[in-house]
Design a protein around this ligand. Sequence first.
Ligand code: PRP
Ligand code: URA
Length: 196
Amino acid sequence: MTCPDLSEPATSSSTPADARDVMTEGDISRALRRIGHEILERNKGSEGLVLLGIPSRGVPLARRLAACIEDVEGAEIPVGELDITLHRDDLRRHPVRTAHRSRIPAAGIDDKVVVLVDDVLYSGRTIRAALDALSELGRPRAVRLAVLVDRGHRELPIRADHVGKNLPTSRDERVHVRVAELDGIDVVRISGGEGR
Ligand SMILES: O=P(O)(O)OC[C@H]1O[C@H](OP(=O)(O)OP(=O)(O)O)[C@H](O)[C@@H]1O
Ligand SMILES: O=c1cc[nH]c(=O)[nH]1
């Protein structure tokens, strides 16, 4: 994994008629680079950092972020995946969900600075579940949150420490983050709503 090279040609694709693009491949790359620098600045270096991506798209974003940090620091950043399925607060309403395994780096998370990475922050319920899942795995020194998009409408007292783009949305809109690793393209789109 490498931190994306901004000189690479952008992937082209057509935007569906009911959607509009709000972040391009280049925007996403620049946002991840900036967040990588912010994480290093806040942590005063890479010592003790562990990045945990939240499936689905938080995982490739965490890997890219780690590559961006490694580009600057030269040190390898442990990356893992944190499955939150069994900690969701809507599990009773939607019981048929497949739980996956969390993959925690070998050194664990005790006394580390864990940065949770996700694509979209909306109600905050996914991150609440992530904090719950994390508490079963160890006791980090600090937990921080990096998201590519914060679309607002929080329902819990949760905020991100690092945000790629603050995107004011209406509740009837939907933000779609697409990443090359899973979707074959890097783009952030909004669909639905009445337009802004
Ligand atoms: O702040 P919240 O209201 O919890 O919303 C944000 C979460 O919702 C989406 O995940 P989703 O459950 O759609 O799964 P996905 O990542 O597999 O698309 C998104 O990827 C975030 O993880
Ligand atoms: O990915 C997500 C999650 C919540 N809301 C959205 O619009 N997109």
